[in-house]
Design a protein around this ligand. Structure first.
Ligand code: NAP
Length: 536
């Protein structure tokens, strides 16, 4: 039940949950409107995903010149990225710089976890309670809680019994960890593991990697950014950004227009080699149909398999590391020396695809009756993506209805921005928006711009509540699904589908296609927020 009897705390125009890239920029925009805003953040500083994911080797897999804010020409002209792919400390430094440069800290409240957000229908106010016992009331509530912020920690039998140290890559201790001389186990081989394994292997006495599904990974070819390259982009940054916003993923994959099978085998090989040599996610841009046609995808998958075979010396290990699924269907990984690490004598790969992890014991991990003793155990087991952080908050809308109940069969939103029954509640990069299938930064800026303009409109037009209509929401959910099924994405057990979390409904959550999405959002706003009910 809603309980609005107790004394309310701060009365605000907008309360924002989360001080990552999304919450920070939204605050900047809302402040421009002269609104009273408080941003509540569980961490002790800004940064969101870059605050929590401090595992060794953590680095962005989108190029630094693109993975940064573009709202301020001065900021992007001044800031100097040092490498093609920025490290986690560098990105966290950047976020802190933004907080200081735009004087945002006064409205950021750290060490504050939001427990509940209830809509008080009579008053038309959201009421949030926190683990610090504070209460905030606001006309609008925006969840900027991140897509990959709620960690997934599988319930391995005996997990609590392990007497050594345990870590999750998504909750890494800020002071770092020294594994020198230790026997270390790591469970998982997704992006976080692939980035951290080469670093941990250099320190540990022995590293054992438990792999359920091998990932495809492309070498990053990270390098210092050249002055000439930076100067070239900065000389025309606005157009560089504008061009990238027209790309399907909001990022330049140098997409070739030809279909993979429309060129000769030799030409395909040449293209894949060139992409492999250049490094990074742009490998997927080699041909136009890699993510929509199985036969085309097979050619790219086979190329990567051959590269793995060429790098990994032990044939049995190479075979275990070789993925069989569709490439790109699960998020493609980008690495620095991942496959090479398995040539080290202090690294062992344990395939748990056929014999799942049986138990975690006091000493280590048991698989197929064999015990692997460790001093430290790392869970690189990912996230309850896109909905996990929202599920941890007791969110209730009209008539006290919990969001968890409404979304029991999977998230339902209009444009990933709002959901029926929850007036004046906005989601930043929510399920149903392109978010994780784009460069997150332009997606975040687009959402913050749209939400702040919407709030300005609603406020100036004396509208009491804005809420998606059921018709618009149903149509959008259907559209997201239809678009997803024109691609190969729904065909594997990815976190895009919630398939990595036992019991989570299997629903494809991100919307595929940044430019059409932006056009749709613009059209909705231009038409007086069509698909939303505006109540006076
Ligand atoms: P992830 O991709 O979901 O990988 C989790 C790993 O844990 C998978 O190998 C998974 O195996 C394994 N796992 C989960 N439950 C298991 C179980 N019960 N038994 C054995 N293995 C289990 O998570 P992540 O590596 O943290 O990456 C998540 C996303 O964050 C990425 O896809 C990417 O979008 C983002 N990210 C980006 C960067 C970057 O920018 N460079 C870095 C890190 C992460 P299965 O595959 O079999 O489920």
């Amino acid at each position: 039940m809603n309980n609005f009897d107790h004394q309310p705390g701060a009365e605000l125009d907008v309360v924002v949950v989360g001080a990552g890239f999304a919450g920070l920029y939204l605050l900047y925009r809302l402040r421009e409107l002269g609104l009273s805003v408080r941003v509540l953040e569980a961490g002790s500083g800004p940064g969101g995903t870059w605050y929590w994911n401090r595992y060794p080797g953590a680095r962005c897999d989108v190029l630094s010149m693109e993975y940064s804010y573009q709202f301020s020409p001065e900021l992007q002209a001044d800031w100097v990225w040092r490498e093609r792919y920025a490290t986690q400390p560098e990105i966290l430094h950047y976020i802190n710089h933004v907080a200081d440069r735009f004087d945002l800290r006064g409205d950021l409240q750290f060490n504050t976890r939001v427990d509940s957000a209830h809509f008080d229908e009579a008053a038309g106010r959201w009421q949030l309670t926190t683990d610090t016992g504070e209460v905030f009331r606001a006309r609008f509530c925006v969840m900027a809680t991140g897509c990959l912020s709620s960690t997934n920690l599988p319930d391995f039998p005996g997990r609590q019994r392990f007497t050594g140290a345990t870590y999750h890559t998504g909750r890494w201790p800020p002071a770092g960890v020294d594994f020198t001389g230790q026997r270390v186990g790591i469970i998982g081989t997704g992006s976080s593991a692939i980035q951290s394994i080469p670093h941990i292997a250099e320190q540990a006495a022995h590293l054992t990697v438990f792999q359920r599904t091998p990932s495809y990974s492309i070498p990053a070819r990270n390098a210092p950014l050249g002055d000439a390259e930076v100067a070239h982009i900065k000389a025309d940054y606005a157009n560089f950004r504008a061009r990238n916003r027209q790309m399907s993923f909001g990022v330049d994959f140098r997409l070739r227009e030809e279909a993979a099978l429309s060129v000769s085998a030799a030409e395909r090989e040449r293209e894949y080699h060139a992409r492999w040599a250049a490094g990074g996610l742009a490998f997927l841009g080699a041909f136009s149909d890699l993510l929509v046609d199985q036969a085309a995808n097979d050619t790219a998958a086979e190329f990567i398999r051959q590269q793995i075979k060429a790098v990994v010396s032990d044939p049995l290990t190479a075979e275990k590391l070789t993925p069989t699924q569709i490439v790109g269907c699960k998020r493609l990984c980008v690495d620095s020396g991942y496959y090479e690490t398995f040539n080290r004598s202090n690294v062992t790969l344990v395939d748990v695809s056929d014999s799942p992890i049986e138990a975690i014991t006091a000493q280590g991990v048991r698989v197929a009756g064999q015990d692997y003793p460790f001093d430290s155990l790392i869970f690189a087991t990912g996230f309850d993506a896109m909905t996990g952080a929202l599920a941890k908050i007791d969110i209730r809308g009209r008539a006290g209805r919990p969001l968890s109940e409404k979304w029991a069969a999977g998230p339902r939103t209009y444009l990933g921005l709002g959901t029926v029954g929850f007036p004046n509640l906005f989601l930043m990069t929510g399920p149903g928006s392109p978010s994780v299938l784009t460069n997150m930064l332009p997606s975040i800026e687009q959402h913050a711009d749209w939400i702040s303009s919407c709030i300005a409109y609603v406020s100036s037009a004396q509208i009491k509540t804005i809420e998606a209509t059921l018709e618009a929401e149903d149509a959008w959910v259907e559209h997201v699904n239809v678009v997803a099924h024109t691609t190969l994405y729904p065909s594997c057990n990815s976190w895009y589908l919630g398939a990595n979390v036992p019991g989570k409904p299997r629903v494809f959550m991100p919307y595929i296609g940044f430019p059409p999405y932006v056009a749709k959002c613009d059209q909705v706003a231009a038409n007086g927020y069509e698909g939303f009910e505006l109540a006076h």
